[in-house]
Design a protein around this ligand. Structure first.
Ligand code: DGT
Ligand code: CA
Ligand code: CA
Ligand code: ZN
Length: 560
C-alpha cells in the first residue's frame, strides 16, 4: 500500500469507529479527509493541512501517525470498540452504527460472531432490528467473506505502476512488464504478476525484497512477495523467450488452453518457452510472433478470456477495439452544488487536458435528499450557468441532470425541465433491494420515458460491497433500441457497471454504451481509462461508444 492509501485507510477506520459510537458530523469530516488523502499525489502528506478537507485537527493526527507510527485517539477508539469494523461493514446492510450496536448488545466482534448471532436468531431480538434484517445479514455474509480476496483494478493498477517502476530500477533488470489479470484489465485482481528479464536474478529479487513486506517464496525463476494487501509474483524469464512467456503469464488460463489446442491442431506445441515443432522453436521472442506462428491475429490482452477471441483471431475478425484516445467527452459529471467538489470551470479544464470536445454537467436531482439534490428551479439555474460557460468555451458544454428513477419507475424531475435539459441520465439510487422483475420494470419504465437519454450505473452494484439488483438485460436492451436510449458503463472503479460481459451484449444488440466517470471531483474524470478497458473487454469498437461520437453526431442523437 502506498503511504497515502495507508493513511486514508486509518482515517476511514477512524470515521467508522466514531460512527459506531454514535458520534455525529465528525465521521463525515474524517471520510472527506480520507478521500482527499487517497486522491492526493505522492508526497502530499508532507504538508497534510494543505490538502482539501484536511484541517488542523485531522492534519495533526496524520502528522502524529507519520512521526510515531500510531494515533493515540484511534488506539483508544479501537480499545473501546474492539471489532473488525472493516470486515463487518463489508456485509450489505451493516454500517458502522449497526456494527457498534451489535457489539454493545451481542458482543459481535467479527464476521464469525455475526454469523453465529444471526443463525441463532439473536439479531432479530435487538431493538430496531427484525427478522428481515437478520436474513439480509445472512445473505450478505458470504459475499462479504468472498469479496475480501480480490483487489479492485482501480487500486491495483496504480500500485502496479509503482511496483513496475521499482522492478525496472532494480539491479540486473533489463525489461519488465505487468502480466496476469491486471494486464487483461479485469475489474478485480487476485495478485500482481510481473514478467521480467534480469542479468542477475539474485540481485533483483533481493532488491525487490527490500521494497516488499516479506518474501513468501523464492526459486530459480519465480519469487513471490507480500505487498501489504496483495501478493506480488515475479516471473523471471530469458530474453529469447520473452514473447511466449508474456503470453503465458498474461493468461487467462482458459485463453492459454485454447491457444495450446490450436497449436496441437497445427502439429505444433505451445508453452511458456515458445511455439515448437518437435525440437525446433518456431517463435518465442515477441507476442506478435507467437500469434503469427499460430496463424492468427494478435489478440489484445483485454480479450484473452476464451470468449471466442481465438476463433475470431484465426478468422481475422477481431474487433477494432475502442481506445482511450477515441473518447471525446464525459456525459455524467457532478459539480459542487450537491455532493461533489468540482466546478464547471474545473471540469472544463480537466476535459481540455484529456483532449475532449464536450462534456455534460449532470447534477443530482431532488429525490436524492441525502446529498441535497437540486430542485427543478436549481437545475434550471445550473443549466443557465452551464450555457453561459459554454459561450466562452472551446468545448461544447451540455446541460443535464442525473435524475432519480423512483420506486414506481417515474422520474423525479418536472417534465418541462427535462425537456429543456440536453442530457438526461437516469439512475436508481433508492430502494435497491429489488427482485429481478421489479428492477427490470423500473429500468424499462425509465428507458421508455421520452426525455431519458442514458441509464446510469444500471445494476447499482458496488464491487466488493454491494452485489447490485438482478435485472433482465435483454428486456432493457430491447427497450433501449425502441426508445433510442444508451446504457452507461460507469467508469468509477468501484462500479464498472455495466460490466464487460454486459458491454458485449449492448454491442451485439446495437445499444450505444456511454463510458462516463460520474466524477464528483475533477481528478475522477481520469477514471475513464478503467471504463475504456472494460469496454475493450466487452469487444466494443469506437462506434459502439456514445461519447466517442463527434459533437454533431451526439447532438443529432440527443435531438438538440
Ligand atoms: P488473478 O490473479 O486471480 O486475478 O488471475 P490471473 O489470470 O492473473 O491468474 P494467476 O495470477 O494465477 O496467473 C497468471 C497467469 O499465469 C494466468 O492468467 C495464466 C498463467 N498460468 C498460471 N498458472 C497456469 C497453469 O497452470 N496453466 C496455464 N496454462 N497457465 C497458467
Ligand atoms: Ca494474477
Ligand atoms: Ca500470480
Ligand atoms: Zn452520478
Amino acid at each position: 500500500m502506498t503511504e497515502n492509501a495507508e493513511v486514508a485507510a486509518l482515517l476511514y477506520e477512524f470515521a467508522d469507529l466514531l460512527e459506531a459510537q454514535g458520534v455525529e458530523y465528525k465521521p463525515r469530516a474524517y471520510r472527506d479527509a480520507a478521500d482527499s488523502v487517497r486522491e492526493a499525489p505522492r508526497g502530499a502528506l508532507e504538508d497534510p493541512e494543505a490538502l482539501d478537507d484536511v484541517g488542523e485537527a485531522i492534519g495533526g493526527k496524520i502528522e502524529e501517525y507519520l512521526e510515531t507510527g500510531s494515533i493515540e485517539e484511534l488506539e483508544e477508539l479501537r480499545e473501546e470498540i474492539p471489532v473488525d469494523i472493516e470486515a463487518l461493514t463489508r456485509v450489505e446492510g451493516v454500517g458502522p452504527k449497526t456494527a457498534g450496536k451489535l457489539y454493545r448488545e451481542l458482543d459481535v466482534r467479527d464476521l464469525d460472531d455475526l454469523e453465529e448471532a444471526a443463525e441463532a436468531g439473536r439479531i432479530r431480538k435487538v431493538k430496531g432490528f427484525g427478522a428481515k434484517t437478520e436474513e439480509n445479514i445472512l445473505d450478505g455474509l458470504e459475499f462479504a467473506r468472498r469479496s475480501h480476496d480480490r483487489m479492485l483494478l482501480g487500486d491495483a493498477a496504480p500500485l502496479s505502476e509503482e511496483v513496475l517502476q521499482r522492478v525496472r530500477d532494480a539491479e540486473g533488470v533489463e525489461r519488465a512488464e505487468v502480466a496476469g489479470s491486471l494486464r487483461r484489465r479485469k475489474e478485480t485482481i487476485g495478485d500482481i504478476d510481473v514478467v521480467l528479464v534480469s542479468s542477475d536474478r539474485d540481485a533483483t529479487t533481493a532488491e525487490v525484497a527490500e521494497y516488499a513486506e516479506d518474501v513468501m517464496q523464492k526459486g530459480e525463476s519465480k519469487a513471490s512477495y507480500h505487498l501489504e494487501d496483495c501478493q506480488l509474483d515475479l516471473n523471471m524469464v530469458d530474453e529469447d523467450e520473452w514473447g511466449s512467456a508474456l503470453v503465458y503469464f498474461t493468461g487467462s488460463m482458459a485463453h492459454n488452453v485454447a491457444l495450446r489446442q490450436r497449436a496441437i491442431d497445427q502439429d505444433k506445441k505451445l508453452n511458456e518457452y515458445g511455439v515448437w515443432r518437435d525440437d525446433t522453436r518456431l517463435a518465442s521472442e515477441t507476442e506478435e510472433e507467437v500469434y503469427r506462428e499460430l496463424d492468427m491475429e494478435y489478440v489484445p490482452p483485454e480479450l484473452r478470456e476464451d470468449r471466442g477471441e481465438v476463433e475470431a483471431a484465426a478468422d481475422g475478425e477481431l474487433p477494432e477495439l475502442v481506445e482511450h484516445g477515441d473518447v471525446r467527452g464525459d456525459l455524467h459529471l457532478h459539480v459542487d452544488r450537491t455532493d461533489g467538489s468540482a466546478t464547471i470551470d474545473g471540469l472544463v479544464e480537466k476535459a481540455m487536458e484529456l483532449g475532449y470536445s464536450y462534456l455534460a454537467v449532470t447534477e443530482h436531482s431532488e429525490a436524492l435528499g441525502v446529498v441535497g439534490g437540486l430542485s427543478d428551479s436549481e437545475l434550471r439555474e445550473l443549466a443557465a450557468d452551464v450555457e453561459e460557460a459554454d459561450e466562452s468555451s472551446e468545448l461544447r458544454l451540455f446541460t443535464g441532470v442525473e435524475a432519480n428513477i423512483l420506486k414506481d419507475g417515474s422520474i423525479d424531475v418536472g417534465e418541462s425541465v427535462l425537456e429543456e435539459l440536453e442530457v438526461v441520465v437516469a439512475s436508481i439510487h433508492s430502494n435497491l433491494g429489488m427482485e429481478e422483475d421489479e428492477a427490470t420494470e423500473r429500468l424499462v419504465s425509465a428507458v421508455e420515458h421520452p426525455e431519458v437519454d442514458v441509464i446510469g450505473h444500471p445494476s447499482g452494484r458496488l464491487l466488493n460491497s454491494r452485489e447490485g439488483y438482478p435485472y433482465d438485460l435483454d428486456r432493457v436492451l430491447e427497450a433501449c433500441i425502441d426508445y433510442g436510449v444508451a446504457l452507461e458503463l460507469n467508469a468509477n472503479p468501484h462500479r464498472l457497471d455495466v460490466d464487460d460481459r454486459e458491454v458485449r451484449r449492448c454491442v451485439e444488440a446495437g445499444v450505444p454504451v456511454a463510458v462516463n466517470t460520474d466524477a464528483h471531483a475533477e481528478m475522477e474524470m481520469e477514471y475513464v481509462g478503467y471504463g475504456v478497458s472494460t469496454a475493450r473487454r466487452g469487444w466494443a469498437e469506437a462506434s459502439d461508444i456514445l461519447n466517442s461520437w463527434s459533437v454533431e453526431e451526439l447532438e443529432e442523437w440527443l435531438g438538440c
